[in-house]
Design a protein around this ligand. Structure first.
Ligand SMILES: Nc1ncnc2c1ncn2[C@@H]1O[C@H](COP(=O)(O)OP(=O)(O)OP(=O)(O)O)[C@@H](O)[C@H]1O
Length: 372
């Protein structure tokens, strides 16, 4: 998953920020095995934060390694603005690419001061210039007061900021970040993520951030590219992927869902929760109806679907319900606001929120289970 060695874009001070990084028809396989990436075409626009999202093994890190020049693709091309940096006839080494890297383990050198850690990537500059640039980078992340301290005195979040300063110090055109917050505990993660985003905005760097966490991608990304099994499934804003997922896999990645199989008849699909419009699907087509767990209104007196409460779990703002529904062979799961149902109530009514229902052509077992 991670690239253990952090390499910095050396000697690139002065390169202007915010370049376009584009991948054209990238395919890749490791010597040992199956294809890792299949015909991936993707572009990070100047100054944007693009999140690469996908389950474990979907090829996110490999795509970053290809951009960084640590790995070579089997076919396809990588461009930085108009310049080809990797292709059939070109391969720029990592230090010539003007690309910075930040990885999940920060990879700070414990025996170097914070300042020297940040200076590490500035070998093309004179000692004095390197010192100045490193201090500017440390100021940008608010840690100039620790310049002469050693990494062990810093918290995990602060160490992550030093790693960010080190990657930004050479002023790379593009910053690549591989699961940069996964080493942090969950309370720290939110604040470090927000700070990192603010620093990225301020520096106007183009950033590609790898994560397997959909919420993290939604919080950080101007756009999100979702990978599955080495293929690009969908690229768009968080809203686009959430409201208009390309398939069941995308829908299931962005929210928990109940699934019902059915067939299209007269433009709609019958489920135990009612009939739902089949969108553009053909008459007679096999369909899967996905209903988000948040897509239920509950009432003790009235509604369109009767349900029996099988279990309830208090989660603070919401409660998690498992419900038995006539005609459903599995329990339906729902998340509803606490306080809507009295304690101990067994028989209730549901209304389904239409915007939380998505209808897709049914996928084969293998295809849809890959998301698990
Ligand atoms: N050095 C390697 N040699 C052989 N196979 C590898 C190597 N690195 C990764 N793979 C395989 O390539 C596939 C893609 O791996 P990659 O690390 O790019 O996925 P990922 O989406 O970043 O996953 P994760 O979220 O777990 O880091 C996986 O099946 C993985 O086992």
């Amino acid at each position: 998953m991670d690239i253990k060695k952090q390499s910095s874009a050396r000697g690139t001070a002065g390169v202007s920020f915010a370049a376009r990084l584009s991948f054209q028809n990238i395919s890749h396989s490791y010597a040992s095995g199956a294809q890792t990436l299949r015909d991936v075409s993707l572009c990070a626009e100047p100054g944007e934060v693009l999140c690469l999202l996908g389950p474990s093994g979907s090829g996110k890190t490999t795509l970053l390694r290809i951009a960084a020049g640590i790995e070579a693709q089997r076919s396809g091309r990588v461009f930085l603005n108009e310049r080809e940096i990797a292709g059939p006839d070109v391969f720029l080494p990592p230090e010539k690419r003007s690309i910075g890297l930040v990885f999940q383990d920060f990879a700070l050198f414990p025996h170097l001061t914070i300042l020297d850690n940040v200076r590490f990537g500035l070998t093309a500059l004179s000692g004095e210039e390197a010192q100045k640039e490193a201090m500017i980078a440390l100021e940008r992340v608010g840690l100039e007061g620790y310049a002469n301290a050693y990494p062990h005195v810093l918290s995990g979040g602060e160490q992550q900021r030093v790693a960010l300063a080190r990657a930004l110090a050479p002023r790379p055109a593009v910053l690549l970040m591989d699961e940069p917050f996964s080493g942090l505990d969950s309370r720290l993660k939110d604040s470090v993520r927000a700070e990192t985003l603010a620093i990225l905005r301020q520096s106007r760097a183009t950033a590609v951030v790898v994560t397997h966490d959909a919420e993290e991608a939604m919080r950080m990304g101007d756009r999100i590219a979702l990978l599955k099994g080495g293929e690009l499934v969908q690229v768009g804003t968080a809203e686009e992927l959430y409201h208009r997922p390309a398939d069941l896999f995308v829908a299931g990645f962005f929210s928990e869902i109940n699934e019902f199989d059915g067939q299209v008849h007269a433009g709609s699909v019958e489920t135990p929760l009612g009939r739902f419009p089949a969108g553009g699907l053909e008459e007679g087509a096999d369909a899967t109806v996905a209903v988000r767990l948040s897509g239920f209104q509950v009432d003790q007196e009235r509604g369109s679907v009767p349900a029996r409460v099988v279990s309830r779990r208090f989660l603070g703002v919401v409660e998690f319900l498992e419900l038995a529904i006539p005609g459903a062979d599995r329990h339906v799961r729902a998340r509803v606001r606490c306080g809507q149902l009295q304690p101990g109530v067994r028989d209730i009514w549901l209304n389904v929120v239409p915007t939380d229902v998505l209808v897709f052509a049914r996928q084969s077992f293998e295809t849809s289970r890959e998301s698990a």
